[in-house]
Design a binder for this molecule. Structure first.
Ligand SMILES: NC(=O)c1ccc[n+]([C@@H]2O[C@H](COP(=O)([O-])OP(=O)(O)OC[C@H]3O[C@@H](n4cnc5c(N)ncnc54)[C@H](OP(=O)(O)O)[C@@H]3O)[C@@H](O)[C@H]2O)c1
Length: 347
């Protein structure tokens, strides 16, 4: 498995990681994702380790802590061989606390360590931007958790560009630990990440961990033009909670994915995941799976390369017009001369 630096940090991460969102299965949202128990989770961890996938992502909010508990139990006896990533900041329903206050973050990290049955997490991410807590309080708190050895590296998730840029500036000005990872939604039907966050990641040395790389389970080849939604899909119950996806775009992208998959002798999820690994800043693509078969399929997404023509076709079909203030850079030579777009041939 290819290893990549996580942003400008010294941490090497596998280009595919595993997301434990299907572990636990508690509550309406995560119950629809899957019900992987400890025994199944142990065997899925075995599958990952055999393939070289050594980074496991979870969050306190997944199944209200049960995902962390199942992951911790599944990793027992091999904790020193893996990297554990978790997140906090969204409401969990356990204590009514949320956000990035010192009080909550210290308590959230202690609780996560207990549920994960470990003494440190390798990567801790703020799950969402907290507009009520000052960036000074946030970076000071996280810095102290790194210094005390409970966290190795810091990241954020779902931040706007200005929020992350400000947080990095405040950390630098105070001599605190920097954020080296941004856990972002990015897929062939959701390329918003490329406008602001990817250039910010390049400029500031912040690596991307990609969440929902199959667009909340849509880019699997099971959703096709004229085909009904498969019976077993989280989309029946939870589509509205996930990324908004334009149906025409999805069907157009799936048509090209099916053609490319046929031409290269791979599956649709493998091609969709592999395309993400070709993009700048992407350190690791977090694959999700509700069972061993889906996981085995997704683990076959790496170890081979799409050729330039296949990438060009996927870029072209998935391209959407640039929003302001990005469109002049794409359309006008004067703007492009001072600031060339990252993907000038797309469209
Ligand atoms: N930071 C955040 O805000 C955030 C948000 C979401 C996720 N995440 C992280 O990202 C991880 C992955 O997210 P995700 O589960 O939404 O990813 P995804 O790749 O978009 O969707 C995974 C789902 O697609 C279906 N699927 C996956 N592989 C398949 C295959 N080979 N064939 C057919 N169907 C397949 C399964 O759902 P069905 O069986 O239901 O179709 C599976 O649960 C999560 O576990 C979590 O760690 C983070």
């Amino acid at each position: 498995m290819e290893l990549r630096s996580l942003g400008r940090s010294g941490l090497q991460v596998p280009v595919l990681s595993f997301g434990a969102g299907t572990f636990g299965g508690a509550g309406e949202l995560f119950g629809a994702w899957g019900h992987v128990d400890v025994a199944q989770a142990r065997s899925m961890v075995d599958q990952c380790l055999d393939a070289g996938v050594t980074l496991f992502d979870t969050a306190d909010v997944y199944s209200d802590g049960a995902s962390e508990e199942v992951l911790g139990a599944a990793l027992r006896g091999r904790r020193d061989r893996v990297l554990v990533s978790t997140k906090a900041g969204l409401p969990t329903g356990r204590d009514g606390e949320l956000g990035s206050s010192r009080r909550h973050l210290v308590a959230a990290v202690e609780s996560a360590l207990r549920r994960l049955d470990t003494d440190h997490v390798d990567l801790f991410q703020l799950h969402a931007y907290d507009a009520r807590t000052s960036p000074e309080e946030v970076v000071d708190t996280l810095d102290s958790l790194v210094t005390s050895g409970k966290i190795r590296y810091l990241g954020v998730s779902n931040y706007a560009g200005w929020q992350l840029a400000r947080a990095l500036g405040v950390a630098d000005a105070r001599g605190r630990e920097r954020f080296v990872a941004h856990q972002v939604y990015y897929s062939l039907v959701g390329r918003d990440y490329e406008w602001d966050l990817m250039p910010l990641g390049l400029a500031e040395g912040v690596g991307a961990l990609v969440w929902s790389p199959l667009a909340w389970g849509r880019l699997t080849g099971r959703i096709r033009r004229g085909a009904p939604l498969p019976e077993r899909s989280r989309l029946h119950a939870t589509a509205a909670a996930g990324p908004p996806v334009d149906t025409d775009l999805l069907l157009d992208v799936v048509d090209v994915l099916v053609d490319v998959a046929d031409e290269v002798g791979r599956t649709v999820p493998q091609v969709a995941l592999n395309w993400l690994t070709t993009r700048p800043t992407v350190a690791s693509v977090i694959v999700g799976a509700r069972d061993a078969d889906q996981l085995a399929d997704n683990l076959g997404a790496v170890g081979w390369s799409l050729d330039a023509e296949h990438v060009r076709r996927l870029d072209a079909v998935s391209h959407r017009p640039a929003p302001y203030p990005h469109f002049p850079y794409e359309r006008q030579a004067g703007f492009a001369a001072v600031s060339p777009p990252l993907f000038p041939t797309a469209g």
